[in-house]
Design a protein around this ligand. Sequence first.
Ligand SMILES: [Zn+2]
Length: 154
Amino acid sequence: MSEPTEWYHNLETSVETLKIQLGADARDFYLERFLKIARRVDEFAPSCQQCRECQSRMDNMQKDLVANAAQISKEQKRNFLGNIESILSHFKKIHGFISDGQNTAIFMAIGAGFGVALGAAFKNPVLGIPMGVVLGLIIGISLDARARKAGKVI
Ligand SMILES: [Zn+2]
């Protein structure tokens, strides 16, 4: 990962201040995650127009919270979290990132489905489903471990 730019450092400082302003409410905004995503946005901004747009979007998100820290409406909270989701989906779609545990969840579900078929084939659903789930877990965990190693988890 490259060194953080001034943009990131400034945002980090503002978010630290914001945390103090928000007090106990801060945890509703997952600001640690916000910064983690900002770090990725910072990394990709030189080569990605949309990430550069995300930078100004994140600045605005942060400023919006600072300006209203004393009383944040439900709608503002929803907007903030919705914005984070849409930035995350950009990273998944364009930059090939996944959420931590994403493959494990997906393959466990696939494995359970496969297990049902397996159980039906052997006329033993009680055995088929757990076998399928275990198989899915093994595949999912190893894919997640590979993504983590490649630095592709966001
Ligand atoms: Zn991008």
